[in-house]
Design a protein around this ligand. Structure first.
Ligand code: ARG
Length: 466
């Protein structure tokens, strides 16, 4: 704490510096100005309602609406005289309304507080962000389905622990991401639904002492409901948490996909070549095709996860009702939305232009031990308990590996040395037979994957029609 003795003179320069710092600290204009269409729509609906209810004169409402419309055009055409000394968007618009229509402007803020106003604006905007995010998710899903359809016969090793495990179809692998993204679409839609409740009419915190008609304002603005409690109305930011969570999980999914594309595009794997539009050269090493877009998708996941964490931390411990802390909801929400929406666009383009390498993938599956489980299952078919078959095949593969052989290189004699239950037909156990054998719902057999692809197409079409 600083203290000043009574005989010390105040230093005007220091206090000017102090107040400049203070206003920079509280200002939100540089990020909340993007809410201007929502703010103006909310104010127009509010002013009209005030006139309908006889709270202000119709002529005053008309002049307010007209003034707000010109302000909207000024902002859209980048002619608006923004004032940084007015800390936020709402005060800038109101001050400009005074310039344009005079004292009538003072009637707009009747029966309203910036507390219910800012939450209404942010919710309207969050609803549109949620729709945009869902559309972005759908375009990635569509790109995945096209590649899955093109690779319904492409075989590759499926991995656990990054070790080759069992063979799968590339379409099956890609459809796994379709499922993740389908859940993302559901989470974004839920965040949009959480935002679809109008707090306007809550006033500062307790409601307002005017005969307002909240429902008509909600109808005009396209909200499905009005908030049930004014104190919750001005201090609830669950919708922003929900959006940030949906964005964080979606980025995590895109990051996993990006990571696979990065690994698969290495010389060591060679499973995919990313198109030039999604790679860049190195300033020093002429041979490079760096997967920058995939890497940045992976990298930007950190900040989106961070925005969720930041807002949860801001909300924790906030007493009712509005506290200025709540202003911190917007920057993270906007950045989470901008980041995930652009990452979705990049993912859609990167997937649809990627060239997968079926020969490299098949070779990786065949030059391996991915059939070991199937050879053990073969012994189970001949009556051996699975645990014992597991031991026999472990010995078989260890021995093969020691002599530099894969399972495809083993002769019937090699098999029979491990167990006399092996017959000629063990040589029919192949990557393709292993895939075909997994004919269970959710499995990788060609017929199941064809069915899954068709079902996924139908689901995507239904979602588009919903
Ligand atoms: N800029 C503020 C925010 O984003 C608007 C609400 C300000 N309300 C207040 N009582 N100071 O939250």
């Amino acid at each position: 704490m600083s203290s000043r003795s009574p005989d010390q003179k105040p230093d005007p320069a220091a206090s000017a510096r102090g107040s400049k710092l203070a206003s920079e600290f509280t200002v939100s204009l540089h990020y909340d100005r993007r809410l201007y269409p929502q703010d103006i729509a909310g104010s127009i609906a509010h002013a009209r309602m005030l006139a309908r209810q006889g709270i202000i004169k119709q002529a005053a409402a008309d002049s307010i609406v007209e003034g707000l419309r010109s302000i909207e055009i000024e902002i859209a055409e980048d002619r608006f005289p923004w004032r940084n000394d007015l800390e936020d968007l709402h005060m800038n618009i109101e001050a400009r309304l005074f310039d344009l229509i005079g004292d009538t402007a003072g009637q707009l803020h009747t029966a309203r507080s910036r507390n219910d106003q800012v939450s209404t604006d942010t919710r309207l905007y969050a609803k549109s962000l949620a729709l945009e995010a869902v559309a972005g998710v759908r375009s990635v899903q569509s790109a995945l389905l096209d590649q899955a359809a093109a690779h319904i016969e492409t075989v590759l090793p499926g991995y656990t622990h990054m070790q080759r495990g069992q063979p799968v179809l590339l379409a099956h692998h890609l459809l796994a991401y379709f499922e993740m993204l389908d859940r993302d679409a559901g989470r974004f839609a839920a965040a949009g639904a959480a935002a679809d409740v109008m707090p306007l009419g809550s006033g500062a915190l307790a409601g307002v002492p005017y005969p307002i008609d909240r429902q008509s304002v909600a109808d005009e603005l396209g909200f499905s409901a009005i908030s049930a409690n004014s104190m919750d109305g001005v201090s609830d930011r669950d919708f922003a948490l929900d959006f940030n969570y949906a964005a964080a999980v979606c980025m995590i999914h895109l990051s996993r996909l990006a990571e696979e594309l990065i690994i698969w595009s290495t010389d060591e794997f060679g499973f995919v070549q990313l198109s030039d539009g999604y790679t860049s050269g190195s300033s020093m090493m002429p041979q490079k095709r760096n997967p920058d877009f995939a890497e940045l998708t992976r990298g930007k996941t950190g900040r989106v996860v961070g925005h969720l964490m930041a807002l949860m931390t801001t909300m924790k411990g906030l007493p009712l009702t509005y506290n200025r802390d709540l202003q911190e909801d917007k920057e993270g929400l906007f950045d989470a939305a901008d980041t995930v929406i652009s990452a979705l666009e990049v993912a859609a383009g990167m997937i649809s232009t990627a060239e997968f390498r079926p020969q490299k993938m098949r070779e990786a599956a065949e030059a391996s031990y991915v059939l070991a489980t199937d050879v053990a299952d073969y012994l189970v078919g001949k009556g051996m308990p699975f645990r014992q078959a597991h031991i026999v095949v472990t010995e078989l593969t260890d021995k093969a590996a020691a002599t530099g052989k894969y399972l495809r290189d083993l002769s019937l004699d090699d098999y029979r040395a491990a167990s006399d239950l092996f017959d000629e037909d063990v040589l029919d156990v192949t990557v393709d037979s292993a895939i075909a054998a997994r004919d269970v719902p959710g499995g990788t057999s060609p017929s199941r994957v064809a069915g899954a692809l068709k079902a996924a197409r139908d689901r995507l079409a239904d979602a588009g029609n919903a």
